[in-house]
Design a protein around this ligand. Structure first.
Ligand SMILES: [Zn+2]
Length: 421
């Protein structure tokens, strides 16, 4: 088989970087259904057409390229990633696996490789949660979980300025044939995603390829603490119901709890906070914030959530504040298919590429896809472990090694007749 085209990948990464809502910043911002996102879509679709692949989009804007195999009745192999970014993000997150998917199909086609199954490149709509606050939007609708099924569901999902997903979507001509988006178990033979690691592990080990064995999943909790808004000078320390102090205790409790688990794939983060009235001489009356818990196993992650909620009760008693909370999401960690992992290991060995089996601390569309079909991911190194930042970087040599593994793995899966179970 031919090698992937380095120039195609390089040009693609550079060109996608020009579709940017924040050109004044160093990084890239591409939120779903903005002008930048639409330009990226047009560009990716033009690449698919130029490659002579079948092209279609579903109702939520997931883009598909298809290379027919010898038996289109067999469930197809899917490979792909996303092409949106976080605010002021990098050039590689999602983009490598999206361009890589198109290029993998091209390489297999142009090399004249025989394959049994159809192979589809899927470029997912909005994996990042930037605009509508929901990650993996496109793949959520493909798996069709509760709340992500019908066009009605798009009417309750709003961005910060109150625009619904329905409005944003229909304005751009999407929303048609919505019932066709959803796939069921058995429709897809396997899904495989090439992605940058977004962490420091591979670089620190000097290993070019990561094979993902599990993906951690998040639990999101939004919390409001209500205390008493009082004068900062005339309210004695023992007469306060200070919501900021209660907040501080929760943040530190979360930190020590997650640290005590002593595992790199269990994390707790408070990254967003609103303080009211937010004045230097007023005791905060209300603090609203988010909790982001991640874990590679459901039980300890659920226990972390339960224990922190129990801690709220203790604080209410101790500080006389009110604490309200809402669990916004509680996703389950997912594991890669062992047969797929073995197959990718075999590819790395044949290509004499050292690899490391690892968990993914970040979630991906693969987390959703694993609910539908056997899944595996290939990681390439991230310089200094940096991601979701303008300094995100993976060298072209590293990307090309990832492509070598992706192309060969996809071809082998497309010719596999035994079930992956
Ligand atoms: Zn990503």
């Amino acid at each position: 088989m031919k090698r992937a085209d380095r120039k195609f990948m390089e040009d693609g990464i550079r060109t996608l970087h020009t579709f940017n809502s924040t050109p004044e910043l160093k990084g890239n911002t591409r939120y779903i259904f903005t002008d930048a996102d639409m330009q990226a879509r047009d560009y990716l679709k033009s690449l698919i057409k130029e490659a002579g692949l079948e092209l279609y989009e579903d109702g939520i804007g997931n883009i598909f390229a298809v290379l027919r195999g010898e038996d289109s009745k067999l469930p197809p192999v899917w490979t792909g990633s996303h092409f949106d970014t976080v605010i002021n993000g990098g050039m590689y997150d999602g983009v490598v696996g999206s361009l890589g998917a198109i290029e993998a199909l091209k390489v297999i086609k142009d090399s004249g490789e025989r394959h049994l199954r159809d192979i589809a490149a899927v470029l997912f709509t909005s994996e990042e949660s930037g605009r509508f606050g929901i990650g993996c939007l496109g793949s959520h609708f493909i798996t069709g979980e509760e709340g992500f099924v019908s066009i009605e569901d798009t009417k309750r999902i709003k961005d910060d300025s109150g625009v619904t997903l329905y409005e944003a979507m229909t304005e751009r001509g999407y929303g048609k044939d919505f019932e066709k988006i959803r796939k069921k178990k058995g429709d897809i033979f396997a899904f495989i995603e090439l992605h940058i690691e977004q962490g420091p592990v591979l670089e620190s080990m000097g290993i070019p390829i990561g094979i993902v064995t599990g993906i951690t999943a998040p639990t999101y909790i939004s919390v409001t603490i209500k205390g008493e808004q009082r004068h900062a000078g005339s309210t004695p320390m023992n007469a306060r119901k200070d919501s900021m102090c209660a907040f501080a205790e929760i943040v530190l409790e979360l930190e020590s709890y997650a640290k005590s688990l002593g595992h790199p794939n269990f994390c707790a983060t408070v990254g967003k906070v609103n303080v009211s009235p937010n004045a230097s001489n007023v005791i905060a009356g209300e603090v609203r914030f988010t909790i982001d818990l991640r874990g590679i196993k459901s039980k300890p992650k659920d226990k972390m959530a339960e224990d922190i909620i129990r801690f709220f009760a203790y604080l209410k008693e101790k500080r006389g504040v009110k604490i309200e909370y809402h669990i916004d999401a509680n996703d389950k960690p997912m594991f890669s298919n062992e047969n797929l992992v073995e197959l990718i290991e075999g590819v790395c060995e044949d290509k004499k590429l050292p690899y490391h089996k690892m968990n993914s601390g970040a979630y991906h569309d693969s987390l959703m896809m694993a609910k539908l079909c056997p899944m595996a991911m290939i990681f390439v190194p991230s310089k200094d472990g940096i991601s979701h930042d303008p300094d995100e970087y993976t060298s072209m040599d590293e990307i090309m090694e990832g492509m070598d593994v992706l192309c060969e793995s996809v071809l082998r899966i497309a010719n596999r007749t035994e079930p992956l179970n």
